[in-house]
Design a protein around this ligand. Structure first.
Ligand code: ADP
Ligand code: MG
Length: 327
């Protein structure tokens, strides 16, 4: 007999992530969150539609991990500590094997991030996963996009371009059977980096921050617009993953790193004097960071130094509803 909605919720979603006495159990009409005194709730929601944001045929655990990883990245961008989340799940059918795999992937990702599932909604329809994530910051300390100042150093965690380049992999939907040279690209796509602990350590050091979901240039533009500043981007300092160069060649790898979305790395700015402190924090947390330029008083992005013949791509990231831009 097919599993009913309430059995399904009880079996797979009633105990996901670390328990927390400040959070109510699943089952009532609303979840109750007791926000600790002096803290603020940071909240973000993201929807992942099958065959738009992930291949419908991808392993269920990988879909869950990717969805939670992408969502938690918004908490990292604010310097928030992950706390809890809700899940709105739309399924074509209640396939128990798929659900068990999805719940395992979700539980692993939730435990890694340190967040409890506190409620959601379950409906029948085309496969879609919607996650609302909630995190905590001390009052009025959250990082924001709008606080960059001219003269700030501009920093990037990790490297960009890998996740978008993974879309070209013929085995995107069955990553376990992919050729080994695609592996780092598929890992970047299915397992966004968990940067929340490092990001919390940036509070008091970073001035502005944003996570890179649409692409480095596109999200840098968002930060600059919010801060009413420009930036000089030192292309020669932009880190490129060897695996990306191996799959795409030098020129395409650079394009991917600049315009490719989905890497969920962090872009942040600090006072220019904070360089040693940032290097130290990166070392402590095992996160690669690179200074890739400087905030300027102008508008838009100028190029500091670049390979001969380099032109800044005009494409500025993926936008839903817009046919002629492509991540
Ligand atoms: P209502 O009809 O009152 O909106 P539901 O019947 O949708 O409530 O859900 C019953 C309970 O199960 C609620 O506490 C809800 O938060 C929870 N829930 C439903 N779907 C999920 C899910 N996919 N993951 C976690 N909790 C869920
Ligand atoms: Mg409901």
């Amino acid at each position: 007999m097919a599993l009913g909605e309430f059995d399904l919720i009880a079996r797979y979603f009633s105990d996901v992530g670390p328990a927390d006495a400040a959070l109510s159990a699943i089952g009532d009409d609303c979840a109750t969150l007791r926000v600790p005194a002096g803290q603020q709730l940071q909240l973000s929601v993201d929807t992942f539609n099958a065959d738009v944001h992930f291949p419908a045929a991808a392993p269920a655990a990988a879909i869950a991990r990717r969805a939670l990883g992408c969502s938690v990245s918004d908490l990292a961008a604010m310097g928030a500590r992950p706390w809890c989340f809700t899940l709105a799940l739309t399924l074509p059918l209640a396939d128990e094997a798929w659900l068990a795999e999805f719940a395992t992937g979700l539980n692993n990702a939730a435990n890694a991030a340190g967040m409890r599932l506190i409620g959601g909604d379950t409906t029948a329809g085309p496969l879609a996963v919607s996650l609302q994530v909630m995190g905590l910051t001390a009052a009025d300390t959250a990082l924001a996009r709008n606080a960059a100042q001219p003269g700030d150093a501009l920093w990037l965690t990790g490297t960009t371009g890998l996740a978008c380049a993974a879309l070209a992999c013929p085995e995107l939907a069955c990553p376990d059977s992919a050729d080994s040279h695609w592996r780092p690209l598929l890992d970047a796509y299915y397992e966004p980096p968990l940067l929340t602990v490092f990001a919390q350590s940036l509070i008091g050091h970073a001035r502005a921050a944003i996570d890179i979901s649409d692409g480095l240039l596109a999200d840098l533009a968002h930060l600059l617009e919010a801060s009413n500043c420009g930036a000089r981007l030192d292309i020669a300092d932009l880190p490129l993953a060897p695996a990306l160069i191996a799959c795409r060649g030098d020129a395409q790898a650079l394009q991917d790193a600049l315009v490719g979305g989905d890497d969920y790395q962090l872009l942040f700015t600090t006072d220019a004097t904070a360089r040693d402190a940032i290097a130290q924090l990166a070392d402590t947390h095992g996160v690669a960071v690179t200074c890739i330029g400087e905030i300027t008083s102008g508008q838009g992005v100028t190029i500091g130094d670049a390979p001969d013949g380099f032109e800044l791509p005009s494409i500025t990231g993926y936008q839903h509803f817009q046919q002629d831009t492509q991540a």
